[in-house]
Design a binder for this molecule. Structure first.
Ligand code: SF4
Ligand code: SF4
Length: 739
């Protein structure tokens, strides 16, 4: 029986995909899905249901509408589908009189299948005329640049709006009778990337970066952008966010995250790590043995779409051909282009007649080469494994899954994933972070897969010669030098791991901070004490240590373990070091941010801070939150001054002290200190778990302004329950007497 995969790799919208915004529906509404990438909205928190064949979009509602009290739905329809047959579905909806709003998602490509052009010529303007001719009178054209669509070029009565106003437009449409339409124009992000690469489209010189010290890990930027390039960053202060500059498609939706952590960089470019001067790796010993090909040799190769997984199968097939051996390859790429899982079945044999089918039969893989543990543990891969036969070469580098977008604290379950793999694979399997040397020595994570192939070769797990594999790399004709080096470095990792480690010294990026999870209680207390001294002064750090010591002593005395003092060590420090104007200013000017900026970008660039300071606030955004504005580098001297003025914090001269946010933060500290006293008075074996949860509640209160206010309200609801349980603990579940 195969273990169930603890997590899975679900395909998702690309970074900066227009559907991240266009498929949202206002609260209280729902949408019907259609054919195309936007179908994936079904897997997200988008209140989107059902789907139809091409050209049937919204028509199920025509049948349902007369028999339900529900007043209205939205139906998503891609531009390719619209041109093919979707216009007929709209005609049917109009004829029926049903209340429905079609959202025609004009992304200028048949994106799901790789960005082909929509057949025929069809502009957003033409669509408005066609819809008008069909009889729709409420039509909106929503885009990034409404001025590009003057009234003279669109159908009569069509209203234009910016994409930030989509929610308001949809709220208007859902109150209308009959059929209405929104033409949402934004080019497919993957297509934009291709066009920019080929010089067919302007590549905006602007990038976005997050200052991790200012980031609170609230997840609002992920909620607003739905973007997979906003990735987790594990730090000593817990999980923060970072932008993956390699995958970012520059649509800037993440800037809507309500916080002062975002910095925009105009000009310059991401600093690419130059490949190390590797010199000659020298001759490596040949593997002691090689698999015999008395029977076909089965290799399953898995990874994330777009990372060169299929190339490995192709190289092995070519190497086999060069040696006069036979190969059969079955690529299952599924939604590879959308970050989904990719799996290749590669079967090698001495003679063509030995392999009659390309699929590896259940439990007969000899080798699993997996560049991603999540794909390795998926049902499709793991069912091919048999613990007495299958050797795994597994890349232990964690690649975030899209679940993180919907759950800011998503647990990537590395331990459980490893446990499942260890059970399914032979004991001599290898788990190794191949991405690290690929990035450190070759400057590109794309070399990961070929390093793994070299490693497998050196371990005697490939029935092919190194010469044939290197020749196949040459025949492939892409990045020959890097790929050959990657293959040799993979061999080195297996033959002389210490030498590889030595080569990486000095090449590796700065030591990553120890993640909070891995820190001991003493390390946490030391780290937070230093932080609070910098934040305010040694007195504040002392106040912190005193309270934590009290809790620690009580926990030791009662034999309650470290969970409670750990909770207080983390959460009390978080409350004490609330991020007010002085602190944000300090975190931009203490030298660390500048260093990170220089580490990540090179060339001439200008920076802007994206802020919504309450005292300078002007107007609200589409979500009713204070509008963020860009402030240039001239803010830095002001930040420096503000950082110095932190000595005024809490004094009569503190000009920010009276704002509601600051008052709330001071109340939270006072409340927490009181709670600690109450908890210590009621601490017992029955209450300790409740106490830990109650004193960990500040961790749920993350973010700034309205995001933080909402978090406080949510935490308060849980607080009331926990406080009641603490005062009168619920009876322990009755133990059943053993018979
Ligand atoms: S504070 Fe919240 S919105 Fe801002 S970067 Fe961090 S996670 Fe994103
Ligand atoms: S700018 Fe932000 S939202 Fe847009 S693609 Fe990059 S990370 Fe994603």
């Amino acid at each position: 029986v195969q273990a169930v995969a603890p997590i899975s790799r679900t395909p998702y919208f690309c970074s900066g995909c227009p559907h991240n915004t266009s498929t949202k529906v206002p609260e209280g509404s729902r949408a019907f899905a259609g054919i195309g990438c936007h179908f994936m909205a079904l897997w997200m928190d988008r209140n989107t249901e059902t789907y139809t064949h091409m050209g049937g979009e919204g028509v199920p509602w025509v049948g349902v509408a007369p028999f339900t009290k529900e007043e209205h739905v939205f139906a998503n329809l891609g531009d390719g589908t619209y041109f093919h047959s979707g216009s007929l579905a709209i005609r049917q909806a109009i004829a029926s009189g049903a209340n429905i709003t079609y959202k025609i998602l004009y992304n200028d490509a048949t994106a799901m299948t790789g960005g082909q052009h929509v057949d025929g010529e069809l502009s957003p303007q033409q669509i408005t005329f066609q819809l008008h001719s069909e009889g729709i009178r409420e039509i909106y054209l929503v885009s990034e640049n409404p001025d590009a669509y003057p009234a003279s070029e669109i159908a009569p009565g069509v209203k234009t709006a910016h994409r930030d106003e989509l929610d308001a437009v949809m709220r208007t449409c859902r109150e209308l009778k009959g059929t209405s339409a929104i033409v949402f124009v934004q080019t497919c992000a993957a297509e934009k990337r291709r066009r920019r690469k080929r010089g067919l489209m302007e590549d905006p010189p602007r990038r976005v970066m997050i200052n991790p010290a200012v980031c609170e890990g609230c997840g609002d930027c992920s909620v607003q952008s739905n973007c997979i390039s906003v990735e987790p960053l594990e730090t000593e202060l817990g999980r923060k966010r970072t932008i993956n500059q390699s995958t970012c498609n520059k649509d800037y939706s993440c800037l809507k995250g309500f916080c002062p952590s975002f910095v925009t960089i105009d000009g310059g470019k991401p600093r690419r790590r130059a490949p190390a001067e590797l010199g000659d790796i020298g001759a490596l010993p040949e593997p002691i043995s090689m698999p015999a090909l008395e029977r076909p040799y089965n290799i399953a190769i898995g990874g994330v779409g777009g990372t060169g997984v299929l190339t490995i199968g192709a190289l092995l097939g070519m190497a086999a051909h060069i040696e006069g051996k036979a190969s059969m390859i079955l690529d299952m790429s599924g939604l590879a282009q959308k970050g989904g899982a990719v799996l290749s079945h590669v079967r090698l044999s001495e003679h063509t007649a030995d392999v009659t089918c390309s699929r590896i039969v259940t439990g007969t893989a000899d080798l699993v080469l997996a560049a991603d543990e999540v794909v390795a543990v998926s049902k499709d891969t793991i069912t091919l494994c048999e613990s007495g036969r299958t050797v795994g070469i597994i890349n232990s580098h964690v690649i975030p899954t899209a679940d993180f977008i919907l759950n800011r604290d998503f647990n990537f379950q590395s331990r459980n994933v490893n446990a499942v793999l260890e059970t399914a694979l032979r004991k001599d399997s290898s788990f190794y972070d191949f991405t690290k040397p690929a990035e450190a020595l070759l400057g590109d994570s794309i070399a990961t897969n070929i390093m793994m192939m070299g490693y497998a070769y050196q371990k005697g797990l490939l029935p092919l010669s190194a010469a044939a594999i290197e020749q196949a790399i040459e025949v492939n004709g892409v990045s020959i030098k890097m790929n050959t080096q990657a293959f040799r470095l993979g061999r080195l990792a297996a033959a002389e791991p210490a030498r590889l480690e030595a080569m990486m010294k000095g090449q590796d990026r700065k030591e990553a901070p120890k993640p909070l999870e891995a820190m001991s209680l003493d390390e946490i207390i030391d780290h937070r004490s230093r932080l609070l001294t910098d934040y305010q002064n040694a007195k504040l750090a002392e106040r912190y240590r005193n309270l934590v010591s009290q809790v620690r002593d009580a926990a030791i005395k009662g034999g309650y373990g470290e969970a409670l003092p750990r909770a207080v060590a983390v959460n009390y420090a978080k409350l004490l070091a609330y991020k007010d104007e002085y602190e944000v200013a300090r975190l931009y000017t203490d030298g660390k941010f500048e260093q990170q900026l220089r580490d990540q970008f090179e060339g001439d660039f200008k920076i802007s801070f994206n802020l919504a300071p309450p005292i300078l606030s002007r107007g609200v955004d589409a979500l009713g939150r204070p509008k963020k504005r860009a402030f240039g580098a001239w803010m830095l001297p002001i930040f420096r001054l503000l950082a110095k003025l932190r000595v005024l914090r809490g004094t009569a001269f503190d000009i920010f002290a009276h704002s509601p946010d600051r008052k709330l933060e001071r109340d939270l500290i006072a409340g927490y200190e009181k709670d600690v006293a109450t908890v210590l008075g009621l601490l017992s074996p029955v209450t300790v778990d409740t106490a830990v949860e109650l004193l960990s509640l500040p961790d749920r209160i993350r973010g700034y302004g309205p995001v933080k206010e909402k978090a406080v309200q949510d935490a308060k609801a849980r607080y009331a329950q926990l406080a009641a349980d603490l005062a009168s603990p619920p009876p322990a579940p009755r133990q059943l007497a053993a018979e």
